[in-house]
Design a protein around this ligand. Sequence first.
Ligand SMILES: Cc1cc2nc3c(=O)[nH]c(=O)nc-3n(C[C@H](O)[C@H](O)[C@H](O)COP(=O)(O)O)c2cc1C
Length: 310
Amino acid sequence: VPSNPQSDYLRAYELAWNAGQFEMLERLASPGYRRRSYRGAAMTLQELESSVTAVRDGFPDLRTDVEDVLTDGNRVVLRWSSSGTHLGHYLGASPTGKDVVVSGVTIARFEAGALIEEWVTWDARDILTAVGVSTVGRNPANGMTAQVEDRLLRDVHRKFVTGVTVVTTLDDTTPRGLVVNAFVSVSLNPALICVCIARASATHEVLMRAQAFAVNILGVGQEQIARNFASSRSDKFAGVPWEPGPLGSPVLFGNAGFFEARISERVQASSHTMFIGHVAAAASQSAPPLVYMAGVLHDSTTLRALPSES
Ligand SMILES: Cc1cc2nc3c(=O)[nH]c(=O)nc-3n(C[C@H](O)[C@H](O)[C@H](O)COP(=O)(O)O)c2cc1C
């Protein structure tokens, strides 16, 4: 039976995406095959295979359904939809456990019976966007390696004064948290805040799954809380009074103020993830804030305000 490359293509496509088998696609593709998307560089067949394998590792239950097929001369157009659960590492992002559905259109072009090009309305990073993670590309030119000596780096960081926060979240019903001074107000309108969390910390994987977090700005008198939550003990919350915020994140008693935010983006930054959240609740309390300067906690009530320009 003479086979028709256009109809073989559909089978080859499903074998690749649903079974991770590429033999049929390899037989159909011309040596000059390229896969292009609306952004990013064109892929060779080998790069496509690695990319499909990576998606299937990140989403082990990945299922792609072709919902529409249009054939027009030497072109085949597929409208497809893929769903899967983010249970494995993908493009540097830890599993979030989220269910993801993405869909798109692939236009396949044939030349002399061989698949010469696929063009797709999808980019691998769209999946990460769908799970709330976006990846900042590494710069291969500088390899992101620090050229500044560690010691100097630390010395300069010591010149920057911050407050001290305990970032908390709920792991199912278990309160979790850690000390963070890498906290920043991203924007007042929309109300966005950001915390940078080391991937090596135990709280990181909980934040990858969580919907929300709270930033407890520690007050004078909470020095012991600061020491406690800078440890990696599993019983950090023992004897620490707290109550859930509107989204469930632990709000510690005695704080100087807190924000609770719904996680909107997770940006990968090498060893850390920047968790960006939309503020859903906030309160300012009477306690003056703790100040962290040059590795030491300070009492903000003894700071001397400088005269403002008149
Ligand atoms: C003053 C201070 C500031 C800190 N800031 C951060 C931070 O911004 N991000 C971070 O990931 N860890 C930060 N840490 C370290 C974590 O609090 C520490 O590694 C903690 O043990 C992690 O706890 P976990 O492993 O239970 O999540 C800071 C520690 C201190 C003492």
